[in-house]
Design a protein. Structure first.
Length: 464
């Protein structure tokens, strides 16, 4: 009998563990853009196709994406567009108006790039990053084999301004022997506190650039990493001068956290994020730390975007939500890709040769129910995800809420028992409810001594 109980317990534990593993939610697709290809209508495919979308191709020319929250624009770098490359500008809200998720509204003025295209770079543009102040930075890809190739980082104050050169090195090999730089780029800070980090596939170093005027940058330090290619795809500094989350799928480097001294202090479990997965866009939201990753659409495996929680360290990382399989994608043997997040916590995933999309996590609220007593202390209710700003409303009339706007409120019960409902609504008009039950305060029960007194007295004594 004991053996049977043990088997049953182990089976239940297995079921519980499996349920936790499978409890990932699917990210909501706001819009998704891809090329017109034969399998685009395959079952499960999320692609919105349009013959007018010319910048998506079947090669590996599109490797960089970022979003400017200040302007509401998505920036996509195509290293082959127009011969010397083009940086497309798209509206972040297009999916809600055109139905195909993309409306090409222009491109950055690349005159400055064309003027420096003969600097020995392999690609005149490769990655794009947007600083907190909305400034846009694009780097080229330089192999640095001959010693004459240059790393160039360009800057635009906005999507409508002319570009300038922020970094122009004279021979990458003079900085790091045999360096390939431009595959990976990261940025932190804004204005004069902006810091730019650049590395490349096979390079055992991360170059750190700083500025004193907010527009031109100089090499501040060379961060030697524990192995080659650690920052060879993407990097996100946690803060200016802080640790750096980096990935290097081309060199089978797992996603890891590197100090300014190049020491790896944390590594994400490769069972959660495989070393072949591109992008390492780190951000914080609602008291948690997250990393955005993609599968890169390697071989016949369709690309998928992942939201990974790393709050408790890489060893305890877990997948919070994923996109549905993009489906119908052209194989991306390079495994390249990128990801971005805006200030409203909308997520953007890009799979190089197949397109990119905007996603978000379903609106949630905590707690989802409250049981309280009349005149009890208030309870804080917090909103997460969805699309800010949030609005709150109350029905039932037994208590009150502290405000009708913001990411959190306090519900305070009144003097009467009953049921109230707090409704949280986001700007996309999604809503969730919190049910609050205020139960009556129980009358004090008679004690044993009270009962003895009552029984000992004649009935007329209570009438005196």
């Amino acid at each position: 009998m004991k053996k049977l109980n043990i088997v049953i317990c182990l089976s239940l534990m297995t079921i519980i563990l499996c349920s936790f593993t499978m409890a990932q939610q699917q990210l909501n697709q706001v819009w998704l853009v891809g090329p017109s290809y034969a399998s685009s209508s395959a079952a499960g495919s999320l692609w919105s196709t349009s013959s007018a979308i010319a910048f998506i191709d079947t090669a590996f020319n599109i490797r960089g994406i970022d979003v400017s929250t200040t302007e509401g624009k998505v920036l996509v770098v195509n290293k082959a567009g127009g011969g010397n490359g083009v940086i497309y500008v798209a509206n972040t809200l297009d999916g809600q108006t055109t139905g195909n998720g993309y409306q090409h509204i222009g491109s950055l003025d690349t005159t400055v790039i064309l003027a420096t295209s003969s600097t020995g770079a392999t690609y005149t543009m490769d990655k794009v990053k947007v600083a907190a102040d909305g400034s846009i930075y694009v780097c080229n890809l330089s192999l640095g084999i001959t010693g004459t190739a240059n790393l160039v980082i360009y800057r635009w104050a906005s999507t409508t301004s002319a570009g300038t050169i922020s970094v122009f090195t004279s021979g990458i090999t003079a900085i790091v022997a045999g360096a390939r730089v431009g595959d990976g780029m990261g940025i932190a800070g804004s204005g004069t506190s902006t810091q730019i980090y650049v590395s490349g596939s096979g390079t055992q170093a991360i170059l750190k650039f700083t500025t004193s005027n907010g527009t031109t940058f100089t090499l501040n330090s060379i961060i030697t990493t524990a192995a080659a290619g650690i920052g060879g795809n993407d990097m996100t500094p946690v803060a200016p001068g802080g640790n750096i989350w980096a990935s290097g799928p081309s060199n089978s480097q797992p996603t890891q956290l590197v100090t300014q001294a190049g020491i790896t202090i944390d590594t994400v479990n490769t069972g959660v994020i495989a070393s072949s997965q591109p992008a390492a866009r780190y951000f914080t939201a609602f008291g948690h730390q997250y990393i955005l990753k993609g599968t890169g659409n390697i071989g016949t495996v369709p690309s998928t975007g992942y939201l990974v929680d790393v709050t408790n360290g890489g060893a305890n990382a877990f997948i919070v939500a994923t996109t549905a399989s993009f489906g119908g994608s052209v194989a991306n043997t390079n495994g390249t890709g990128d990801a971005a997040v805006d200030a409203n916590n909308n997520l953007y995933f890009m799979n190089t040769n197949s397109g990119y999309g905007k996603f978000n996590v379903s609106l949630t609220v905590s707690p989802t129910s409250i049981v309280t007593k009349p005149n009890a202390a208030g309870t804080v209710i917090t909103a997460s995800w969805g699309l800010a700003p949030y609005t709150w409303s109350l029905s039932g009339g037994h208590g009150s809420i502290s405000t009708t706007a913001g990411s959190s409120i306090t519900y305070t019960p009144g003097i009467t028992a009953g049921t109230d409902t707090v409704t949280l609504t986001d700007s996309a008009l999604s809503s969730v409810k919190v049910i609050i039950t205020t139960t009556p305060t129980s009358a004090p029960m008679a004690t044993e001594s009270d009962s003895a007194i009552i029984q000992s007295k004649p009935i007329w004594k209570f009438m005196e």
